[in-house]
Design a binder for this molecule. Structure first.
Ligand code: DC
Length: 237
């Protein structure tokens, strides 16, 4: 559907905006790879905790993250995330990692290192990729073909996350921790407001399929507009 074989989609949003499941579905729709950058920050955090490093020791955190052997797949159909030979898919979603991830993700060397890995994954994705996180539209891939900020009202986001966590047997109180985590993460990257050129999609009133359709329509429209602008520029030359 696109002449240019490679399509890069950048998607950001807060916790509970539904961006992971929506981004995966959008990747499947376009036949693209999928990158969950939050899972990378979670893996780094798991490793720091596993090594017994204090969350106050930024130098040790930076060193450990740079040295870790992180293996991740970019397949929207199956998540794979390992440090060395240890499969940490389940562990990175646990409360211990969730509570520590903001501290690890705010260390500049950690961000620098993971951003380099993310850019390399985007470059190597043959058909292109949907990459999602908090700083993809602004820092990791500001020149992506389509850039979207997916959000929802605080009430809706807490309800969605609360339901997910309740399903896993965790306490509803965790919604409070999630809003605190969003507040901490917002100090590192502004993912509550769309930067210039980033399309804001508010999914508060949409169900899953409607949100996926809204994102697909936005990607098609952004790609079309970019192509029209590029061919106008060609004609002017
Ligand atoms: O999307 P998530 O909840 O799995 O992300 C986990 C944490 O990682 C989140 O608290 C913020 C951080 N993160 C980040 O700082 N930058 C990203 N691009 C993605 C996630």
């Amino acid at each position: 559907m696109h002449e240019n074989p490679k399509l890069t989609v950048a998607m950001d949003g807060p916790s509970g905006s539904g961006k992971s499941s929506v981004a995966k579905e959008v990747a499947r729709h376009f036949g693209l790879a999928y990158l969950d950058t939050g899972a990378m920050y979670r893996a780094a955090t798991w490793h720091v905790l596993d090594q017994g490093i204090s969350l106050d020791d930024k130098a040790a955190i930076a060193q450990a993250v740079k040295a870790m052997n992180l293996i991740f797949s970019c397949n929207p159909a199956e998540e794979e995330i390992m440090v060395g030979t240890r499969d940490i898919r389940e562990a990175i979603r646990g409360e211990e990692v969730s509570n520590a991830v903001s501290a690890v993700a705010s260390v500049p060397e950690v961000r620098e290192h993971l951003i380099a890995l993310q850019r390399s994954a985007i470059d190597h994705a043959m058909n292109g990729m949907v990459a999602e996180g908090r700083d993809i539209t602004t820092v990791v891939a500001p020149d992506a073909d389509a850039r979207i900020l997916l959000t929802a009202s605080e009430e809706v986001r807490m309800r969605r996350r609360g339901l997910e966590l309740a399903d896993k047997g965790d306490s509803q109180d965790l919604t409070k921790q999630i809003s605190e985590r969003d507040a901490k993460d917002s100090k590192v990257n502004n993912f509550m407001q769309a930067a210039e050129g980033v399309e804001l999609i508010d999914s508060s009133e949409m169900d899953f399929n409607e949100t996926v359709n809204a994102v697909i329509n936005s990607i098609n429209a952004q790609v079309k507009a970019k192509r029209a602008a590029a061919s106008n520029a060609d004609e002017l030359e």
